[in-house]
Design a protein around this ligand. Structure first.
Ligand code: PXP
Length: 259
C-alpha cells in the first residue's frame, strides 16, 4: 500500500515581543503616544505569543500604569522583566503577571548588560523566587549561559532560565567567525545543560533577522524574547503608510476649505 509520508511536526519556539521601546518614544514627548498597549495588541495580531515589558527602577520607558493596563487588557501572557528588589516584588504580587523574568539592573546602563549574578546573589534571589512562585507566577532568571549560573538557577527553584544572547549578537556585527562560533557554542551547551537540569529554556537580547535563526534552531529553546530590533524595523515597515495617511489628511483639509 502506498502510504503518504508522515509530515514531520516541528514545534517553533514561542515569540515574546518586548514593547519597552514604544514607551521610550512616548516618553521622549511625555504624552500618551505611541501607546505600548496598542503596540502589544498589534504584536499579538502579528503572531506574538506573549508580551514582555521591563519595569525599570528609573521608569525610563515602561511605567507602572503601563503594567496595570497590560495586565488588565492583554489576551496573551505578560512577562514582567524586573530587578529582584522589594519594590518590584510588591508590584509583581499586586499585578500577578504570568511570569517574572529577574534581570540585573544598573541605573547607568543603556540596556541590561550581562546576566544575573545567580551565584553570589543566591540568598536574596531565593526569597524573591519563593514569594513570586507562591502566588503562581512563573519565575525566569536572565543569565549568561555558563555552567555555574545554570546549576545555581536550578538549585534556587527557578522555572525558567533566559539565556543572554547579547554577546552573540554583538559578535555577529564583527567579522570574526571564530569568536561568533564560540559564543554560539556557549549558548548551545548552556541550553542543553539547562534543559537537563529541568529548567525551561528561553533566550533573548539583541536578536535581529540575522541572528535569530541560529538561536531558534536550538531544540531546547522554548521561547525567544525580542524587542529593540522589532520596534526599529516597525518604523521602516510602517513609515511610508503613516506619511501617506498624513499627506492624504493634509490634502483633504485643503479640498474641504475650497469646496
Ligand atoms: N530578554 C531580556 C531579559 C531583556 O532584558 C531584554 C531587553 O529588555 C530582552 C530580552 C530583549 O532584548 P532586545 O530589546 O535587545 O531584543
Amino acid at each position: 500500500m502506498n502510504s503518504k509520508p508522515e509530515t514531520l511536526k516541528v514545534s517553533s519556539p514561542r515569540l515574546g515581543v518586548n514593547i519597552d521601546h514604544v514607551a521610550t518614544i512616548r516618553n521622549a514627548r511625555g504624552g500618551r503616544h505611541p501607546d505600548p498597549l496598542r503596540a502589544a495588541h498589534i504584536a499579538i495580531e502579528g503572531g506574538a505569543d506573549g508580551i514582555t515589558a521591563h519595569l525599570r527602577e528609573d521608569r525610563r520607558h515602561i511605567s507602572d500604569n503601563d503594567i496595570a493596563r497590560l495586565k488588565a487588557e492583554l489576551t496573551r501572557p505578560l512577562n514582567l522583566e524586573m530587578a529582584a528588589t522589594e519594590e518590584m516584588v510588591g508590584i509583581a504580587l499586586r499585578h500577578l503577571p504570568n511570569a517574572c523574568c529577574l534581570v540585573p539592573e544598573r541605573r547607568e546602563e543603556r540596556t541590561t548588560e550581562g546576566g544575573l549574578d545567580v551565584v553570589s546573589g543566591k540568598d536574596q534571589l531565593r526569597g524573591v523566587i519563593d514569594r513570586l512562585k507562591t502566588k503562581g507566577i512563573r519565575v525566569s532568571l536572565f543569565i549568561e549561559a555558563d555552567e555555574r549560573s545554570i546549576a545555581a538557577s536550578a538549585e534556587l527553584g527557578a522555572d525558567i532560565v533566559e539565556l543572554h544572547t547579547g554577546a552573540y549578537c554583538e559578535r555577529a556585527l564583527e567579522d570574526d567567525a571564530e569568536k561568533l562560533g564560540l559564543e554560539l557554542d556557549k549558548i548551545t551547551r548552556g541550553a542543553n545543560l539547562a534543559q537537563a537540569a529541568g529548567l525551561e529554556v528561553h533566550a533573548g537580547h539583541g536578536l535581529t533577522y540575522n541572528t535569530v535563526k541560529a538561536i531558534a534552531r536550538l531544540p531546547e529553546i522554548e521561547e525567544l524574547n525580542i524587542g529593540h530590533f522589532l520596534i526599529g524595523e516597525a518604523i521602516f515597515g510602517g513609515l511610508s503608510e503613516a506619511v501617506e495617511h498624513m499627506r492624504a489628511l493634509i490634502a483633504q483639509a485643503r479640498r474641504e476649505t475650497v469646496s
